[in-house]
Design a protein around this ligand. Structure first.
Ligand code: SF4
Length: 331
């Protein structure tokens, strides 16, 4: 029986652990936080079907309930290196194979100074919006119900200034999902989404976009906001351009929500760097994204999930399972 280590307890790591254990292998799975699935537990509902995030997280967690899986929380990785006999050592424990599933973190909106995040209280990140949606209480800077809400796409993605030229893939559909949830809580509010172009590429995403316009009255404006600042009464003033109309725009809103993109987590950057498998933007790199997307340049070291690139929950689960199959095939 082989012994495997998995670093990271997101959907990819959990699915890989469950698959390896189902094939009678012992698995140690490490998490630096105090509980698995941090990036799901902070959501209210999941796109595109508004599945209850806690319920989905519960189902994934149940996958870890197997006598061959040993979960270690609050366990950062201090040491990860190849052993002379072709295995791997993780924090002093030896394994035949190691899977890196260290995931992503969200972009720090404070790096976009011109958008005023962290300065004006009426400006929130999409993560903070998710928290308000979880609590079913959306408030403006003064603690009141907002009458107008603006969502801004592509914050920290597709952006030369921050160095992140890639599309984060999930924030378009997340904005549409959050806008619909907002409408359900605030039936009379005006809700706008400012976008560069909408990337509703997944199954049922396009339908969600149509529903947002036709059923929920969400207004879409093609334009990028160049600057946001506060007003004396706690509102937010936005300077933008409607690029379809070719007109400069100024709008005042009660709440501006910045749709922050995905970046490699600190663990991804550190461990991928340490193992020399660092790819573009600090994400971990597989041998080939088309045909060999779970093995790395090192024998016995594998990668899965959003530590490689922005990825949906569904894709991360499938990728974790795929990594486990490759690990099993190599014995
Ligand atoms: S998914 Fe949409 S909001 Fe996110 S980076 Fe891509 S285009 Fe921008």
């Amino acid at each position: 029986m082989n012994k495997f280590a998995i670093i990271g307890t997101g959907p990819a790591g959990i699915e890989a652990a469950a698959t390896l254990a189902a094939h009678h292998n012992e698995v140690d799975i490490y998490e630096q936080e105090n509980a698995p699935l941090g990036n799901i537990r902070d959501k209210a509902f999941l796109f595109p079907n508004f599945a209850d995030a806690d319920e989905v997280a519960g189902r994934l967690l149940a996958r870890l309930d197997h006598p061959l899986i040993h979960l270690y929380t609050d366990k950062g990785i201090d040491q990860l290196e190849e052993t002379p006999d072709g295995g791997w050592s993780v924090n002093g424990n030896t394994y035949s194979r190691v899977l890196l599933a260290t995931g992503y973190r969200t972009f720090d909106a404070g790096r976009k100074e011109e958008l005023g995040y962290g300065i004006y209280r009426g400006i929130r990140s999409s993560l903070e919006m998710e928290q308000m949606l979880r609590e079913q209480k959306i408030t403006n800077a003064n603690g009141d119900k907002p009458q107008r809400i603006v969502f801004l796409q592509c914050v920290g993605s597709r952006d030369e200034k921050t160095g992140n030229l890639y599309c984060s893939k999930l924030c378009c559909v997340t904005a549409v999902k959050q806008a619909i949830e907002t409408r359900k809580l605030l039936p009379d509010a005006e809700i706008f989404i400012f976008y560069m172009d909408l990337r509703m590429w997944g199954q049922h995403y396009e339908e969600l976009y149509r529903q947002a316009q036709q059923e929920y009255g969400i207004r879409f404006v093609r334009g990028r906001i160049s600057e946001a600042g506060g007003t004396y009464d706690g509102r937010v003033q936005i300077k933008s351009e409607d690029t379809l109309m070719g007109l400069p725009l100024k709008i005042t809103t009660d709440l501006l929500v910045l749709m922050v993109g995905m970046e490699p987590s600190e663990g991804t950057r550190r461990l991928a760097g340490q193992c020399h498998i660092c790819g573009d933007y600090g994400f971990a790199q597989s041998i080939d994204p088309h045909t060999d997307d779970n093995r790395t340049a090192h024998r016995g070291l594998y990668v899965a999930g959003a530590c490689k690139r922005p990825m949906t929950l569904t894709d991360a689960i499938a990728d974790g399972r795929s990594a486990a199959v490759v690990m099993l095939a190599e014995g």
